[in-house]
Design a protein around this ligand. Structure first.
Ligand SMILES: Cc1cc2nc3c(=O)[nH]c(=O)nc-3n(C[C@H](O)[C@H](O)[C@H](O)COP(=O)(O)O)c2cc1C
Length: 196
């Protein structure tokens, strides 16, 4: 996919995710998500990008895990995609908000049953004694919902990150990389380049 600095950055980001998938890259939609605790300490982990929803980049998680709690206390976050074989990094900064219950439930329905069970069984980010404890919780949830559709847990759902800045970084020879930045200005984007 070619990059066009005058074109819409959302469409171009989605286009690159699609291209990564078409190239057969593993987890083409994986992105690093950085959050910050209320006392200013950052943490980062990989989550899967699940598409643009109401102007924001969406992902799903446990609202009671570390990232969920950090986003509840401080909604500002950043994302980073990196596809080494495409010589491309995309960085995004902005403010997150939870998706609506209906949006989270609609996505939850599309997940495999075992992932749905996992969303109930895993108390994300909490200490456990070992894998047996988790398996016991999985077995209990599986039994509880035997023969029924599994509902979306109240503590599980999506967020979207509304960007204030998006940067496309292209690897170039001699470390003369090209950085194309889109900065939100009202309903428009201010476009500028940065030195590598
Ligand atoms: C390729 C990959 C995809 C992942 N996707 C998700 C995801 O979409 N949502 C999620 O909650 N965790 C996902 N994880 C697990 C997170 O990286 C992390 O371990 C977990 O969410 C707990 O993070 P926390 O304790 O900071 O909340 C993924 C991990 C990898 C390596």
């Amino acid at each position: 996919m070619n990059f066009d600095f005058s074109a819409d950055p959302f469409q171009q980001l989605d286009g690159f995710v699609k291209e990564a998938a078409e190239r057969g890259l593993k987890d083409p939609n994986a992105m690093a998500l950085a959050t910050v605790s209320e006392d200013g300490k950052p943490s980062v982990r990989i989550v899967l990008y699940k598409g643009l929803i109401r102007g924001g980049f969406s992902f799903y998680t446990n609202y009671e895990g570390r990232k969920g709690r950090e986003l509840a206390g401080n909604p500002f976050a950043s994302l980073c995609f990196f596809w080494p074989t495409m010589d491309l990094q995309i960085r995004v900064e902005g403010k997150t908000a939870p998706l609506t219950r209906a949006e989270s439930e609609a996505y939850f329905k599309t997940r495999p049953r075992l992932s749905q069970i996992g969303a109930w069984a895993s108390h994300q980010s909490e200490t456990i004694s070992g894998t047996d404890e988790l398996q016991a919780q999985v077995d209990e949830v599986d039994k509880r919902f035997q023969g029924q559709d599994i509902p979306c847990p109240p503590h599980w759902g999506g967020f979207h990150l509304i960007p204030s800045a998006i940067e496309f970084w292209f690897n170039r020879n001699g470390r003369l990389h090209e950085r194309f930045c889109f900065l939100r200005e009202g309903n428009d984007w201010k476009r500028l380049m940065k030195s590598p």
